[in-house]
Ligand binder design. Structure first.
Ligand code: ZN
Length: 385
């Protein structure tokens, strides 16, 4: 397969290029547009989107799914330009968590759909005061015997473990994880600025869903301190995940983030729940009823969120609407997530030797074609490759 376009998102910027794909890899990138190739005209050829925080889609979840269900999720997101996914599993009793990890470990990756990159463990070591949709019954303090099993028994499957760093034993866990190349993320937390810095010292590199389930500036009788939200913007040691769906972050919150945080430290994620790509209605999320509209999922009280129905392409469009350049928004959807979950040696950029994960976007940044490891996994009706 050879594709040429006047607008290819290369590591050096957007410009004309020919991209040759063979055996699932990008084998050649050059700017000789006279060469015989499928001409994409003015359509934008970009690195496929990498979603490092996705709970499910197409009616299925990573925590309950087996082979067929996980494939359904991966195929659902192909429509939205995603070529790789880290599947999130949420707080659960010990046995249920282990069972989810066993199913994910047994998953056989098909070659004709977006790639499953591993698991993102949300909880259960969270602060009850910021539990979000996580059940109070299932969240607890870190137990070294338990998290040690996740890492030792499941190895590279476990990509990210998110926890509240102020809990007793959290700092030891963060150190343990970072020494074993597992990404330690900060989430669902009431941590102060000092506690965030301690977590960074211990090896935390990621902040989950900025401005959601996180502490903020506080004044007490003892004095003032920043919270996790401000520290996520302030510290370059932390890459911050954002959910740019207009609800988890209002347009103004997104505008603030895009203005103050360097683009190379912003990671677009969906935090999508199983209704994504399926439609509105009632669903069960983490054992509780959830109400899903066209734009977001709510807990039963219809006040708090229970995950999003965002897709990466809509996230990119919203980030551009908030003031980011198209180039930066594409980085936040590919190169930053690739680096965050340690796959940047083969994914996230259009580069010779990299996986042929590509997305073709029209002028409105709507997805026309998605290519995962050299295979066309989605093609809009009006497009013929
Ligand atoms: Zn969360």
């Amino acid at each position: 397969m050879k594709l040429k376009s006047k607008r290819v998102a290369l590591p050096t910027g957007i410009g004309p290029a020919v991209v040759e794909v063979d055996g699932g890899k990008i084998v050649r990138v050059d700017d000789d547009l006279w060469v015989e190739a499928t001409d994409l005209g003015n359509a934008l050829l970009a690195p496929g989107f990498i979603d490092i925080h996705c709970n499910g889609g197409g009616g299925e979840t990573f925590e309950d799914g087996g082979q067929h269900e996980i494939e359904t999720i991966l195929r659902t997101f192909a429509r939205f330009g995603t070529t790789s996914i880290v599947g999130a599993i949420n707080s659960a009793p010990r046995e249920a968590r282990t069972a989810s990890l066993e199913r994910l470990a047994a998953f056989r990756k098909p070659s004709d759909c977006p790639e499953f990159l591993g698991a993102y463990l949300e909880g259960p070591y969270y602060n009850p005061a910021q539990r979000g949709a996580h059940s109070r019954d299932w969240i607890r303090e870190p137990e070294s015997e338990e998290y040690g099993r996740w890492v030792e028994d499941f190895g590279p499957l476990v990509r990210v473990v998110a926890s509240a760093p102020e809990l007793p034993g959290s700092r030891e866990m963060i150190r343990y994880l970072s020494e074993r190349d597992v990404v330690a993320a900060i989430a669902h937390t009431m941590a102060t600025d000092v506690e965030v810095d301690d977590a960074i010292d211990a090896g935390a590199t990621l902040l989950s869903h900025l401005y959601n389930a996180s502490s903020t500036f506080t004044r007490t009788d003892e004095g003032k301190h920043l919270g996790v939200a401000e520290m996520g913007l302030l510290r370059d040691a932390l890459t911050t995940e954002i959910i740019p769906d207009g609800h988890h972050l209002t347009p103004r919150m997104l505008e603030l983030i895009v203005k103050v945080k360097p683009p190379e430290l912003i990671c677009i994620t969906t935090d999508a729940m199983q209704a994504t790509g399926k439609g509105p209605g009632e669903y069960i999320v983490m054992g509780q009823k959830a109400w899903v509209t066209e734009e977001v999922a709510y807990r039963e009280d219809r006040k708090r969120h229970a995950g999003s129905v965002l897709t990466m392409d809509r996230g990119v469009r919203n980030v551009v609407a908030a003031g980011a350049s198209v180039e930066d928004a594409l980085k936040m959807a590919a190169v930053v997530p690739a680096r965050t979950v340690c796959v940047s040696a083969r994914k996230g950029e259009i580069r010779e030797g990299f996986d042929a994960d590509l997305v073709v976007l029209d002028d409105a940044l709507e997805v026309m074609v998605t290519i995962s490891r050299g295979t066309v996994v989605h093609q809009r009706e009006d497009v013929r490759l």
